[in-house]
Design a protein around this ligand. Structure first.
Ligand SMILES: [Zn+2]
Length: 137
């Protein structure tokens, strides 16, 4: 989780108050970038009190989407770090340690899954696809 400086926190609180006064609703979701609570404006836009319109979402599911993407990215980074450590240990050992190999293969499995999930998510939202397709006949 990203920690905010005291000044940023103060600004977030100030902006949040302003947003609420403008009729915005606080959502039970956090900004994937700074962890601040997100607000939905009357226009339907979802904003972060610090980043403003970072997440230009039409619906809450889009925000969830963005959060999931951020989590997957973080998970991938953590897994890669573990894989690095395991590789170091494997390189140090003389005979191959089956436990380390087992751990490494689990990490690799998870990595494969996260990257598959991420690319699947990218494929499910094609940019600007119009209604109705071309028909062959
Ligand atoms: Zn933010």
């Amino acid at each position: 989780m990203v920690t905010l400086s005291p000044e940023e926190k103060r600004m977030a609180i100030k902006r949040s108050t302003e947003l609420l006064r403008q009729g915005a609703t606080m959502l039970g979701l956090q900004c994937p970038r700074c962890g601040s609570p997100l607000f939905r404006l009357r226009s339907g836009e979802v904003v972060c009190p610090i980043h403003g319109r970072v997440v230009i979402a039409r619906s809450e599911s889009d925000v969830v989407s963005a959060s999931v993407e951020a989590s997957l990215e973080r998970l991938e980074r953590v897994l890669l770090r573990h894989l690095d450590q395991l590789t170091e240990e494997l390189a140090r050992e003389g005979p191959l340690n089956p436990e380390l190999v087992e751990q490494a293969s689990r990490v690799l499995e998870l990595l494969e899954r996260t990257s598959r999930l991420r690319s699947a998510r990218r494929e499910t939202s094609p940019p600007g696809q119009g209604r109705g397709g071309a028909q062959e006949g």
